[in-house]
Design a protein around this ligand. Structure first.
Ligand code: A3P
Length: 321
């Protein structure tokens, strides 16, 4: 007898659309589009994850600066361990709820997290605020959200899809269509951003730290200090060297040149959980610039994204450029 897939009774009846002209399709779950594996992870997270009040949750849409922010949060909280980033990929130091901790529809054994000695757990998720487990929404854990100019995001996303052997490639036109219609993995992009933005404005004060890739680029050291304060581990006036060292270790140039981040053959040394990570770590460090969309998007594509951004973000007080 064939073994049933996790949560198949819930997932099979969901509306489904193809994405990028080849399988697997996207399924619509409570207003958002996901691959089947993500919904399995989401549902398992809802069923099993127990947040601690001291947890720090890094939330983001994919390709908006997650890897960079993981490095920064890890080294801000575990200052004495920041050199770990020179030998371990940030995704192994900070696991994702739905992609690594509860993948396959069930809890997985911990990754590298047990090797850190921080006073709090740092976890990440690409889930929208609207679909975080109620246990997380009701907890005191802190949320750090990063977002990005939607045009740079879509260019980064498209490169990721075409360069990654674990994904079926999509054309740039299909990717742009996805951000404009909302139908792309994890989308609608703007609903994701607005969920966290609304919580930042209306939720308990000091619960959500909301930042953009562009602001982080403009003043990385300033944000390292602000994040330290937000997380309850502030830097003193004399800690300038410490802050600069964190900025340096987490910088694009340092991270891209770390052996383990650039050579896929070394990944085998990172532990048995590698098979659970559905992407190549190498492809996470591409260009690391603001405004790269100008090199790829036609005027028509730019106008389409700008129009949707204006409509969606109107009245929110948020401008993503
Ligand atoms: P580009 O494709 O524009 O270069 P994520 O980590 O959410 O997948 O986001 C990936 C994007 O962040 C990629 O953008 C990647 O190059 C960039 N990135 C990764 N590490 C970075 C770092 N240390 N500093 C700045 N940008 C970084």
């Amino acid at each position: 007898m064939e073994e049933s897939e996790p949560y198949e009774d819930l997932i099979n009846p969901l509306p489904t659309v193809p994405f990028g002209g080849s399988p697997p399709p996207l399924h619509q779950y409570k207003g958002f589009w996901f691959r089947k594996q993500t919904i399995q992870g989401l549902l398992a997270t809802h069923d099993h994850f127990v947040p601690l009040p001291t947890d720090v949750l890094l939330c983001s849409f994919q390709k908006t600066g997650t890897t960079w922010l993981k490095s920064l949060l890890f080294s801000i909280i575990n200052r004495h361990l920041k050199d770990s980033l020179l030998s371990i990929n940030p995704h192994f130091l900070i696991p994702s709820l739905e992609l690594t901790m509860y993948t396959d529809g069930k809890p997985q054994s911990p990754l590298f997290i047990e090797k850190t000695s921080s006073s709090c757990r740092i976890l990440s998720t690409h889930l929208p605020y609207q679909l975080l487990p109620p246990s997380v929404k009701d907890s005191d854990c802190k949320i750090v959200y990063i977002t990005r100019n939607p045009k740079d995001f879509i260019v980064s996303f498209w490169h990721f899809m075409v360069s990654n052997k674990h994904h079926h490639p999509v054309s740039l036109e299909e990717a742009v269509d996805g951000i404009c219609t909302g139908v792309l993995p994890g989308g609608p992009y703007f609903n994701h951003v607005l969920g966290y933005w609304k919580e930042r404005l209306e939720g308990p004060s000091k619960r959500v730290f909301f930042l953009t890739y562009e602001d982080l680029k403009r003043n990385t050291a300033g944000h390292v200090r602000r994040l330290g304060e937000f997380l309850g581990c502030p830097f003193g006036v004399d800690d300038e060297n410490e802050v600069d060292e964190i900025v340096r270790i987490c910088s694009f140039d340092t991270m891209r040149n770390v052996e383990v981040n650039k050579d896929e053959k070394l990944l085998g040394a990172m532990g048995k959980s590698i098979s659970l990570v559905p992407f190549s770590l190498k492809s996470l460090f591409r260009k690391g610039e603001v405004g790269d969309h100008e090199n790829y998007l036609s005027q028509e594509m730019i106008e389409c994204i700008d129009k949707v951004a204006k409509e969606k973000l109107s009245g929110s007080g948020l401008n993503l450029g």
